[in-house]
Design a protein around this ligand. Sequence first.
Ligand SMILES: Nc1ncnc2c1ncn2[C@@H]1O[C@H](COP(=O)(O)OP(=O)(O)OP(=O)(O)O)[C@@H](O)[C@H]1O
Ligand SMILES: [Mg+2]
Length: 310
Amino acid sequence: MPDPLLKVRNISKRFGERYAVRSVSFEVSRGEVFGLLGPNGAGKTTLLSVIAGIIAPDEGEVALDGLNPSSPEARSMIGYSPQEPVVYEDLTGFENLMFYAGLHGLTGSEARRRCRELLELMGLSDYANRLVRTYSGGMKKKLSFAAALIGDPELLILDEPTTGMDPGARRDVWRLITGKGDRAVILATHYMEEADALSNRVAIMHEGEIVAEGSPEELKRKYGPRAVISVKLLEHRDEVLELLRPLASEGRIARGDGEVRVHVEDPDEAAPGIVSKLLERGYKLESLRIVRPTLEDVFLRLTGRRLSGE
Ligand SMILES: Nc1ncnc2c1ncn2[C@@H]1O[C@H](COP(=O)(O)OP(=O)(O)OP(=O)(O)O)[C@@H](O)[C@H]1O
Ligand SMILES: [Mg+2]
């Protein structure tokens, strides 16, 4: 295994007496998307600003390829899209990107080509020469995301990159996040499907601390409820519950809303057995539905709150 690109060790940051981030440690390798989920005020933005080298931690250290993130060498390796877009209202979209290109040492025709390419990818070509003050909120967010990509960064730090974007733009961002295989990405988001679809690993943050970390599948297995197979029969007979109970995890089976709900450890393994047992007895199925645990369930269990995204 190559050395992780980013090492975050025991980071703490206080505002006054209050810890916004407390003893947070994790590592992110090239090619990985590390998702950060947490309710409002959990400390995600504070943590990302420390990793981006914008604010200094009170304790702990961040090493990007061995470098302090506030050093110029490290800065040139980072693309950071803050929660509130940092764009210049009195410049056009194109001029904004040219400014960021300059910070990354890109100039002349190469810079212009890259700016036009990113504006195109984000669907902003028609607005390239308009002042940003005339942009909508979602358009500013897109521009800020494009600015983070301009230097082709090795570490991409994204603080709620798709909040306020329409579904099409959100998919454009997703494609760009996953498009480059050897980049490391940290993604704070309130959208469960976004974290689930893009992250190799997810950390759940609560009151400044990471309370769980793992792949989405691991977290769902460990903290989520059991999967449920719900079957609806053309004709229900009460013996069905006893028939299927041996196939249910810890015998958990119930009837409600005209469906029989069987709790199972592994729905892919359990479903064929349930179907064949019913068919053997002459039952006819109207429908079969599998309800799997989601990151939302994990989040609720660990933080006591719902993800606020949608
Ligand atoms: N500059 C600041 N001064 C004082 N307190 C701050 C400052 N910035 C953040 N905080 C506090 O630190 C805590 C963490 O805030 P932070 O913005 O990092 O949370 P977050 O997880 O990004 O939340 P959200 O999901 O709302 O973006 C909060 O209690 C917040 O009030
Ligand atoms: Mg935030």
